[in-house]
Design a protein around this ligand. Structure first.
Ligand code: GDP
Length: 472
């Protein structure tokens, strides 16, 4: 069911104080302190019931108080309690944050005391969901909170910060206003249909729609970079067994990760490892190689390798400079033919042994290496890292100071918006009537509204907030 939500501004004025919920907001484990967050109606009075120290209910917002959390007249822990009165809190509701000593058991005991005092255990993402429902943040900002928490590289964190600050929402707001103004004028004309007046000059509308389409295109163009920044570059190491794939993967990562062995075909499964370079995340996948084989287990490895190559953002094809595999040229040609668009770097390995090349194989002569490296001696490795980054980003800059569209949900909504504005633009040329123009514009508005959450469905909210951890 679709529920149009009131605008964020409207909602800010009407914070709903829901039932109090509580959760541990810090990661589970041993640590100096842990924070338990309590939010909702009369949270301060609730915490007061298990707090010995000052009278919290009489204290001002944004103050911190020292005291003890007690249960059955026993002191559980000495804590610092931070008070946030509505609407000046993350959720917009009255909120208390209890900083207690860390440690799994201690933190759990304090949480249990809070639950016993009347709070309900929070669902994943429920605090952020309340912040959204209370108009403190829009939906794209709520999603950015999850992205920031899950960020695995510096660039990913920076780009979520931009979205968290509301940059995407700002763009959407401008687009919406322009479409609303145009729709209003077109619909006004409909009221005066007899008089045959034109409130909105067709030239002005044409200019407006053209500008909108190009602004949306500019945002959409950031998606490819945005996706890579958010999810990382899926990098597949392909090449014959013993080409040096596992060794190179370990060299890039600077630690032992994949199994390195002298027996051809040992890396039978696909191995994934996260590696960060220049703020960008690469997910390195070592494959079993892509050669023809009779061995059933190895054949399964080859099947998985092909799948990994198909899904990759970048393929490193490794060929042993000293002892090239006769199938190399053929396998590489196949990759090029099947995935012509895929960024591919041909890496000559074991450069330290190049001069030991006994029989310059014919296959070797047919391979043009983009770079030669030695994992053993470290030569060519820095250059390779730079080439890997350039290969996926081409000449694009990752400018995380601007907004990157990183979510396929946002991209889809922007594409649909663009399509409808574009249809309206074409409609102007074909003399489409105002009522039909207005249908396209209203659909475009609807699509924009799904980004920031003016338009939501239960399913959408569930799928977004279930990605969160408890306590967020
Ligand atoms: P994979 O089957 O493609 O993963 O190949 P491995 O990484 O397991 O390497 C196969 C063999 O080549 C191992 O004995 C490695 O020690 C050796 N090797 C890998 N890289 C280099 C290198 O740069 N120089 C030399 N001399 N040997 C290497």
């Amino acid at each position: 069911m679709q529920t149009p939500n009131p605008s964020a501004e409207q909602k800010r004025a009407e914070i709903t104080q829901r039932e109090p919920i509580a959760a541990i907001a810090t990661p589970s484990g041993e640590g100096g302190i842990a924070v338990i967050r309590v939010s909702g109606r009369d949270s301060i009075a609730l915490v007061q019931r298990i707090f010995s120290g000052a009278d919290l209910t009489a204290k001002a917002s944004h103050t911190i108080h020292y005291g003890c959390i007690t249960r059955n007249e026993r002191i559980l822990d000495d804590v610092l309690v931070s008070l946030f009165r509505a609407p000046r809190s993350y959720t917009g509701e009255e909120t208390v944050e209890i900083s207690c000593h860390g440690g799994v058991i201690n933190t759990q005991l304090v949480l249990e005391a809070v639950l016993h005092a009347g709070a309900r255990a929070a669902e994943p993402g429920e605090f952020t969901q309340r912040a959204f429902l209370n108009g403190k943040i829009d939906l794209s900002q709520a999603e950015a909170v999850a992205d920031l928490i899950h960020a695995r590289s510096k660039k990913a964190a920076e780009s979520s910060r931009q979205q968290l600050e509301g940059k995407l929402g700002d763009y959407v707001k401008v687009f919406r206003q322009q479409i609303i103004d145009a729709t209003a004028m077109i619909e006004l004309e409909l009221d005066f249909i007899e008089e045959d007046v034109e409130f909105a000059s067709r030239d002005d509308l044409r200019r407006l729609f053209t500008d909108l389409v190009s602004s949306i295109d500019q945002l959409l163009e950031t998606y490819e970079t945005g996706r890579i920044v958010k999810h990382g570059v899926r990098t597949v190491f392909a090449g014959a067994p013993n080409a040096g794939k596992s060794t190179l993967l370990n060299t890039l990562m600077g630690r032992e990760r994949a199994i390195v062995s002298d027996i051809a075909g040992t890396t039978r499964d696909v191995i994934d490892a996260d590696w960060s370079y220049d703020g960008l995340l690469f997910t390195l996948t070592d494959t079993a190689g892509l050669r023809v084989t009779d061995d059933a287990i190895e054949a399964e490895g080859v099947r998985r390798s092909r799948k990994a190559v198909a899904e990759a953002d970048l393929v490193l094809f490794l060929s042993d400079l000293q002892n090239p595999d006769p199938q190399d040229a053929q396998v590489m040609a196949e990759i090029r033919a099947q995935w012509p668009e895929k960024p591919l770097l041909v890496v000559g390995t074991k450069a330290d042994r190049k001069e030991l090349l006994k029989q310059p194989a014919e296959a070797q002569a047919r391979i043009r290496h983009d770079i030669e490296v030695s994992s053993l001696e470290g030569t060519g490795i820095d250059e390779l890292k730079r080439m890997m980054k350039d290969a996926v980003l081409e000449n694009r800059d990752i400018d995380t100071s601007g907004l990157l569209v990183t979510s396929s949900r946002h991209r889809d909504a922007l594409e649909k918006t663009r399509r409808h504005v574009h249809t309206a633009l074409k409609g102007l040329d074909t003399g489409l009537t105002g009522d039909l123009l207005s249908i396209d514009l209203r659909t475009a508005l609807h699509e924009l509204g799904t980004i920031t959450g003016e338009i939501t469905t239960e399913d959408l909210l569930d799928s977004i907030f279930s990605r969160f951890c408890i306590g967020k």
